[in-house]
Design a protein around this ligand. Structure first.
Ligand SMILES: [Zn+2]
Ligand SMILES: [Zn+2]
Length: 143
């Protein structure tokens, strides 16, 4: 379990708001996955997933709006999304014990951070650590 002082329930939702959920700490794991499947799912470099015991997860609304896609050959992979807006949403492991929650869907700050990157060997060729890039607080001003 990840160390956390907070026992506060954290809420999340999809972009259009049809689907909402909540999860309770402590969490089992928080990690980035750079595998090729997660790159396809996100259209980006990696997922950022929180693993929580399924008993600590609850849909608040819109569970019937959640579509799941399962890769037939995959043991440890799933993806779900809002049928209206396409946002990534939580999914349950095949043994039902763990719910995997995309951290970008949370609506509140978290007291924990990712502890590892997995499938680093599969990472996108173009991936650059954000620490090595210039940063802009918002949209950069055109020069
Ligand atoms: Zn939605
Ligand atoms: Zn992955």
């Amino acid at each position: 379990m990840l160390e956390t002082d907070e026992e506060k329930t954290v809420c999340g939702s999809c972009l259009c708001g049809d689907v909402a959920f909540e999860l309770k700490p402590p969490f089992k794991l928080f990690q980035y996955c750079h595998c090729s499947r997660c790159q396809k799912t996100t259209g980006s470099a990696h997922t950022a997933n929180i693993f929580v015991p399924s008993g600590q997860f609850k849909w608040l609304r819109g569970e019937e709006c959640v579509n799941r896609y399962s890769l037939p050959e995959a043991k440890h992979y799933g993806t779900t999304f809002c049928q209206r807006c396409g946002s990534s949403l939580p999914w349950t492991s095949s043994d039902k014990k763990t719910t995997i929650v995309p951290a970008g869907g949370l609506d509140e700050p978290l007291s924990v951070s990712p502890v590892q990157s997995i499938y680093w060997g599969s990472k996108a060729e173009w991936y650059q650590s954000p620490c090595d890039l210039p940063v802009h607080a918002e949209l950069p001003v055109k020069s």
